[in-house]
Design a protein around this ligand. Structure first.
Ligand code: SF4
Length: 368
């Protein structure tokens, strides 16, 4: 019978120290292993030459280190790269690398599929298979950063052009906006946030990490008590319960009033704002009165709004708002002092834009 080996990816420094102690070893080796994985990016136990040969051998017997490996990736004309990861149990998830002028953004998944059934999202068609572990969530970041260190020529050239004066690479932002509802997997997401934000590890500060939720009101308050509290984005996309009930079934359980109340209690750092994402759908949620209602709904919050025209082919026959309607919607918000940004979709040609991650159950077609 095969012995169950302990997965090291996803363990914190203190977890690893405890594990080493339980193996009859000096606990400080746990810190060395942590440093090797998260700082030196050594993803094979055999590579960890800080450890004695005997200890490496012992660890190989009783543990494993499984970095999610991209089995395929697709490159968009705009430089966005979508990764398909095959996990240890054969399940598949997708993540997206988005190079930008001032930063690189990694959009990562928190579940295999998603049970929330938002009507404008293709991931919803898959349903939920399972939650990702903390190691699988943080592992997407490690794996993409590893891939980008040996960049393809076009990304290397872009990175070189955008290096700052001190010659360091662009900062990395993480958005938990890929497949899944992060707050349904809060325990593992919370552990992954600790791993991602640890300055002694991956080292991405919390203000560069954003968690996006459909608005599970009680869980928003739980997130506020997590050891690492990221920026919060809420996918709102409607200003009345009638419309939101249709677009986002979660609203039947946590209507707009409850959601806004939870947002009011979410602690913000100085100058930090909540982000409200609003997918604009022709004649459904893009009317002038919607814009005015949105201003009223958010009036007591420190908030900004991201306006995202629905991606074509993404929603049960629904159509994206016209560019004129999107601009008019933005103008109404701005005229009332509510900051609103029109987000251009990234990677839409490879189905990597918001709400388009759904191919994970079928093989991707390589375009590069
Ligand atoms: S928008 Fe997010 S929460 Fe809604 S179905 Fe898609 S992945 Fe799930």
């Amino acid at each position: 019978m095969e012995v169950q080996r302990r997965e090291l990816l996803g363990l914190t420094s203190s977890d690893l120290c405890q594990l080493l102690e339980s193996l009859g070893e000096k606990p400080f080796h746990g810190k060395q292993i942590y440093y090797s994985i998260y700082k030196l990016r050594q993803f094979q136990i055999g590579e960890m030459t800080e450890l004695s040969r005997a200890l490496r051998g012992k660890l190989q017997q009783c543990s494993r280190l499984t970095l999610p490996q991209p089995s395929l990736s697709q490159l968009s004309v705009d430089g966005t790269r979508k990764y398909l990861f095959e996990l240890a149990d054969g399940k598949r998830i997708e993540s997206v690398f988005i190079p930008e002028e001032q930063r690189n953004t990694l959009c990562i998944s928190t579940q295999v599929g998603c049970p929330m059934d938002c009507k404008f999202c293709l991931t919803a068609l898959i349903g939920l298979a399972r939650n990702l572990t903390a190691g699988e969530i943080a592992g997407q970041v490690l794996s993409i950063l590893k891939d980008q260190q040996e960049p393809l020529p076009e990304i290397a050239a872009k990175a070189k052009r955008s290096q700052n004066r001190r010659g360091s690479a662009k900062p990395v932002n993480i958005v938990l906006m890929g497949m899944g509802e992060p707050l349904l997997n809060l325990e593992n997401v919370s552990r992954a946030l600790v791993l991602m934000a640890d300055p002694g590890g991956i080292g991405i500060p919390p203000h560069r990490i954003t968690l996006s939720t459909v608005g599970l009101a009680p869980k928003i308050l739980d997130l506020a008590k997590a050891p690492v509290v990221p920026n919060l984005a809420i996918s709102l996309s409607a200003t009345t319960d009638d419309v939101r009930d249709q677009l986002m079934p979660v609203n039947r359980k946590y209507p707009i009033h409850d959601l806004i109340q939870a947002c009011e209690q979410f602690p913000l750092r100085p100058r930090q704002r909540l982000t409200f994402e609003y997918v604009l759908i022709d004649s459904i949620n893009d009317l002038d009165q919607d814009a005015r209602r949105l201003v009223r709904l958010l009036s007591r919050l420190r908030a900004k709004v991201n306006l995202l025209p629905l991606n074509p082919g993404q929603g049960n026959g629904m159509r994206p708002s016209s560019p004129e309607r999107v601009r008019r919607f933005q103008e109404i918000l701005a005229s009332k002092g509510l900051a609103a940004y029109i987000r251009r979709p990234r990677g839409a040609d490879i189905f990597a834009a918001c709400g388009q991650l759904h191919h994970a159950q079928q093989p991707l077609q390589m375009v590069h």
